[in-house]
Design a protein around this ligand. Structure first.
Ligand code: MN
Length: 241
């Protein structure tokens, strides 16, 4: 190849790559508004779909009662206080989350906490239920096997230092991905290192497990798999996956 041809071709390659990258970025923009209706996102706490003791022996009744009626209730109250304090007229909680960097810390902690818990109650159900074949196929394609998926997800929860959440998300490239977030952050927030739409979330705050499992977060996570509501995961995947 002559030097001139080489230079021309190289330049063309660079330009093509640039255009492709630009297109990919454009496509990758997730419009959270379009999927906001798939999440639980009322501004008030909804009743639990099951009794406090219904997840035993995996999650004990006292933990569930305190978790729902004290911890989660406080996030709901404090979020509504923050809405008043910041004079926010916004009817869409996911819009707040996707612009959370514009709000004060109180909003970040409590809007995140409220959203995370309202959705968490739907990711667990008495006795759990089975993965559909569609979920099995998607997880196997992405992670190699169901066991490999569970290990990676469990590790994300286990290795989250201090309080936080593990998530299975559909990322901005429409791929399934496992991430974790600190405190009450979540992958919908514009502050998240890796953004995406959650299809499964696991609360690894000590208040979610300490009464029964003490410092053994691993045992809590292992038990938690027994109450996962895969029907809900399938519902979310079919809408946003
Ligand atoms: Mn919690």
């Amino acid at each position: 190849m002559k030097r001139r041809d080489f230079l021309t071709k190289s330049a063309a390659t660079v330009i093509t790559a640039g255009v492709l990258e630009s297109c990919a970025n454009t496509k990758a923009t997730t419009k959270v508004d379009n999927v906001s209706n798939v999440y639980m996102q009322d501004f008030t706490q909804k009743p639990l779909a099951f009794a406090y003791n219904a997840l035993e022996p995996y999650i004990d009744a006292t933990t569930m009662e305190l978790h729902y009626s004290k911890h989660a209730a406080a996030y709901a109250k404090n979020m509504n206080d923050a809405l008043k304090e910041e004079n926010i007229i916004e009817t869409n909680l996911t819009n707040i989350l996707s612009n959370i960097s514009k709000y004060r810390t109180k909003m970040r902690n409590n809007a995140g906490g409220h959203f995370n818990h309202e959705n968490f109650w739907h990711w667990i159900t008495p006795g759990g239920n089975k993965m559909s074949q569609a979920i099995i196929d998607k997880l196997t394609t992405t992670f190699g096997s169901i066991d490999a998926f569970k290990k990676e997800f469990s590790d994300a929860g286990l290795k989250q230092f201090g309080s936080g959440w593990a998530w299975l998300i559909v990322n901005n490239n429409k791929q399934l991905q496992i991430v974790s977030t600190p405190n009450q952050d979540n992958p919908l927030m514009d502050t998240a290192a890796i953004k995406g739409l959650p299809v499964l979330g696991l609360d690894v705050w000590e208040h979610a497990y300490y009464l029964k499992y003490q410092n053994k977060r691993t045992d809590y996570i292992n038990s938690w798999w027994s109450v996962v509501n895969w029907n809900r995961v399938g519902e979310l995947l079919s809408k946003i996956g």
